[in-house]
Design a protein around this ligand. Sequence first.
Ligand code: FE2
Length: 672
Amino acid sequence: MKTVDYKVTVYTGDLVGATTLNNVYIKLVGTDGESQRQWLIGLKWPVAFIGGEVSTFTVSCPTSLGKLVLIELDKQRLPIILQDPWFPAKVEVESPGGDIYKFPIYRWITDSEVHHFREGKALRVFEDSNHLGAYSREKELKQRSEDYCWDVYIKGIPHCIKADNPLDLPTEVRFSFTKTTEFAFTASTGLAELNLKGLAASQESWSNIDEIKQVFWVKHTKMSDYVQKHWKEDAFFGYQFLNGVNPMLIRRCSVLPSNFPVTNDMVFPKHQFNLEDEMKNGNIFLCDYKRLDGVETRLINGKKQYLMAPLVLLHKTPNEKLMPIAIQLKQTPTDDNPIFLPTDSEYDWLTAKIFVRSAEFSEHQLNVHLLRTHLLAEVFAVSLLRNIPKVHPLYKLLIPHTRYSLQINYLARKLLISKTGVFTAFAASGGEGMITILRNSLSSMTYRSLCIPEDIADRGLETVPNFYYRDDGLRLWEIIHRFVRGILQQYYKNDIEVQKDSELQKWIGDIFEHGFLSKPGTGIPQRFTTVPELVKFVTMVIFTGSCQHAAVNSGQFDYGGWMPNTPTSLQQPPPTKKGTTNEAMLLKTLPDVNTTAQGMATLWLLSKQSSDFVPLGQYPEEHFTEEIPRQLIKDFQAELKTLSSEIKDRNSILDIPYTYMDPTEVENSVAI
Ligand code: FE2
């Protein structure tokens, strides 16, 4: 009898542990019928499914199956071989007529169950007309809603994935073997090297600044060396508000806050400038740490710790430097809360700046880094995994931008902010304080503040010179926006199609509820009504998980490795009047040796690129199989490449190169 032969090519992923020696079975399902479940055995048996291997088989059917809709895959162990996990990357099927059907998989198969994988053409729910396809879509979503459940870690902050240990996470979202090993290795060696020097146990104060250099030399980068040399300089202090790890606090100041009574005589004693005029001219800037006001601090080494909520006034000078001109360390202006000035004694001014930098540590880590990138990325990912099936264009677009985010956040909760976590133990705001700061920060997490064009405009920073976070960030936003628009316009031809996509609407509904706690004041959409609205939101999701996270994550050791530039905690109250500080006081104020060592080791771990890092816009997994989206991906990559060389050219003439948002240095997802 004449048969209809389908050529089936199976690609096993090229990663550690991807190989299976189990027997693999396939069934092809088409619009006109389905094949028998067939054992994929061929010349290469038993090594057809080893990591990186491409193996071809023939599946014969009595009649044509029509258009292929899905495949069913399963694997069964042999009596003498254990059930071993398998990571198939994709399956390609060529019909007798020469049509190629691609089935993206990119997930672990660890059991002997039958798994369905849809053909690669992206389909929205209302066009998924084949009944078998629709059934498989429903089944997938039901399974996902059981695998990915919401949990409340701390009331009043975004919700997270429910998982009691990393093995509770579905295998498809876990760290790779490489990533797991490297992460564990860095975490232990960072401390081990410091432990060897007997520092991690020492509860002593530093006896002089030079002594800190000895610890610092265990780990350092070019930039952290620069910081060590320049940390005391006012121009560098100002520079960090623009291009350090937290470019999110500074804003233009046109009216002084009523609780910050700075006078012209204080800041311009020789009447070089006039404060009112300079505010009018747009040359005065403010950093207000009001979210930290009244935050409870913890004990470290049995000693009370101090965290201020400072106000910092900065002046853009004619030679385009941003210079701090006044610092008030507490929010309420009183006689025992002096306004410190650069004209004060060396140690008064330096101490005031150190209190600002220490407040900066808590503000940056909790609000800017943890809340506004890590926790949000997790919300976007969990909502995607619960509500959007693999065949949906949004899944194909966003899944690479969720890689490792669930597991890194699980680890952050366990190793950093739990009761015994490093942050809890060694930051002034560890414990209760952290919860207060996160809750205070949530109200400022508006949709506008998450979209860099609006954020920069709202903070009045459009024309500030030497602001590379803004320059690179705006370019990246535009490039991502163009890419997202191209892809989504391909699938959503008009607003009605957006409105009737029930899966898409569930995705944003879950984000509004679990990420923004159903607060309409955040401006986060509760549903999508137009294509441009959808495009903008998805742009924000990709930008937040990649560019924004890189901007606030990658420089942590660069700027924090030299402890005096970013102390995790301070252990003396700030001076209540001027003229009472000296070097000895300052050393007593800085964190103890063990706190310094723990802080350094943690920042080192969190700044380190993993060797399976995937840069922005690279998609080693081919979820999109159609021609137009694949071309749009190439265009996106070309634009990123051009931007990267422009950034490199610009950096080559800068004293301090700004590398964090160079597309080759930006990771696709929150993964560290
Ligand atoms: Fe991070």
